[in-house]
Design a protein around this ligand. Structure first.
Ligand code: FES
Length: 131
């Protein structure tokens, strides 16, 4: 059996949503100390909807495929759904990852959560500075 599913290979070779969003509403950067891989997610949010999501991943093929799939899964969805995205959902959407590569999908979940946290923090600052 192949180590990686067709979907993983496809998203690795042809990743969706790579790049940067200028003036993003939320940015989240996470890393894995063991492998040294880094993932940065940018979100554009309007009316509580993720209208755009992009990523830069300096990491392994599974991390690239995970960020590609994770951004696809949250684009066009409400913030509440993006917050609920689990690495397990990313793995399932990719038709599985080898056990030693599960942590790559965890990075995607964490990067999105961190970007959403950044979004909420920015909202708070905007609100309090406007008062
Ligand atoms: Fe660390 Fe893939 S090996 S993110």
């Amino acid at each position: 059996m192949a180590l990686y599913s067709e979907k993983v290979m496809e998203h690795f070779r042809n990743p969706r949503n790579t790049g940067v969003i200028e003036n993003a509403d939320g940015v989240g950067e996470v890393g894995n100390a063991k492998c040294g891989d880094i993932m940065k997610v940018y979100l554009k949010i309007e009316d509580d909807m993720i209208v755009d999501a992009k990523f830069e991943t300096f990491g392994c093929g599974s991390a690239i495929a995970s960020s590609s799939m994770a951004t696809e899964l949250i684009k066009g969805k409400p913030v509440s759904e993006a917050l609920a995205l689990t690495n397990q959902a990313v793995v399932e959407a990719l038709d599985g990852l080898p056990a030693h590569k599960i942590h790559c999908s965890v990075l995607a979940e964490e990067a999105i959560k961190k970007a959403l946290q950044d979004y909420y923090e920015k909202q708070d600052t905007t609100h309090s500075s406007g008062q």
